[in-house]
Design a protein around this ligand. Structure first.
Ligand code: SF4
Length: 258
């Protein structure tokens, strides 16, 4: 009897037990692991420029064009101010075409007032938004006479109080008329600052402050023009000419073509 018992128990243990299938219901009920979302690739932050690299870039700009000039024609600080106010959303060439004749007859605030809004409008009618701009030219001339002795003031805060003049206008005038180390950020400077990584920013003011921080003082008088000209003729918005760019080895733009 004992023998029989042993043989049955041996047989039982030698048969590999087949794992039971889990109950179907249980499988269905099990919570599915949440699909892992692949994290959005963060745009790589370009390595900031070293002071030596910034110095090198501006040394090259200086060597290539030691005395860069703005392209807005003007005769004195007042006509520069008027030209910059007229240049909003217009090309420098278009503004020059109109102001050559205008400034020949009115190169001071009092002469502009003598001319009157209607005639100013006639002179500048080829420039976009000319009606509003003519109004501003007359109003700012009145204000210059009433509050600033007919002169263009020398501080940004004062220039910004003039009709039609904002921070960019003030920076251009302070830099070009009075030799201040200001950085006017227009569409070209904004693009170049961001693309190159010299001073990335979401607003013109951020780019302006960033550029002022990194550009050595010895370059600041002309930095604004070097960057504008670079953006206008080399670092073009649609098809930057990276192959002829003076700073293509330093530029941080991932899409540069060299
Ligand atoms: S390398 Fe190209 S993108 Fe960079 S600054 Fe020069 S032109 Fe512009």
């Amino acid at each position: 009897m004992a023998k029989i018992t042993r043989s049955i128990s041996a047989k039982k243990t030698s048969v590999p037990s087949v794992p039971k299938k889990p109950a179907k219901k249980a499988v269905e009920a099990a919570p599915k692991p949440a699909a892992k979302k692949s994290p959005k690739p963060k745009p790589l932050k370009p390595k900031p420029w070293t002071p030596a690299e910034v110095y090198e870039a501006f040394s090259r700009f200086r060597k290539a064009n030691p005395e860069p000039k703005g392209e807005l024609e003007h005769l004195n600080p007042y006509t520069l101010l008027v030209a910059v106010v007229l240049s909003a959303q217009a090309t420098d060439a278009g503004v020059n075409k109109a102001t050559r004749a205008l400034f020949a007859v009115a190169d001071t605030p009092s002469k502009m007032l003598e001319l009157g809004e209607e005639k100013v409008r006639e002179y500048i009618k080829t420039i976009g938004l000319y009606r509003n701009k003519a109004k501003n030219v007359i109003a700012l001339s009145e204000k210059l006479i009433a509050e600033f002795g007919g002169e263009v003031p020398r501080t940004r805060a004062e220039i910004e109080t003039l009709p039609g003049a904002g921070r960019k206008t003030a920076n251009v005038v302070l830099n070009m008329a009075y030799g201040e180390h200001t950085m006017a950020v227009d569409t070209h400077v904004f693009r170049v600052g961001n693309r190159t990584g010299l001073a990335a920013g979401n607003t013109p003011l951020e780019v302006e402050l960033g550029l002022e921080k990194v550009i050595p003082s010895e370059f600041m008088l002309h930095a604004h023009h070097w960057l504008i000209l670079h953006g206008r003729y080399t670092c073009l918005a649609r098809k930057p000419r990276c192959e002829v760019c003076l700073i293509n080895d330093l530029c941080r733009w991932p899409e540069k073509t060299v």
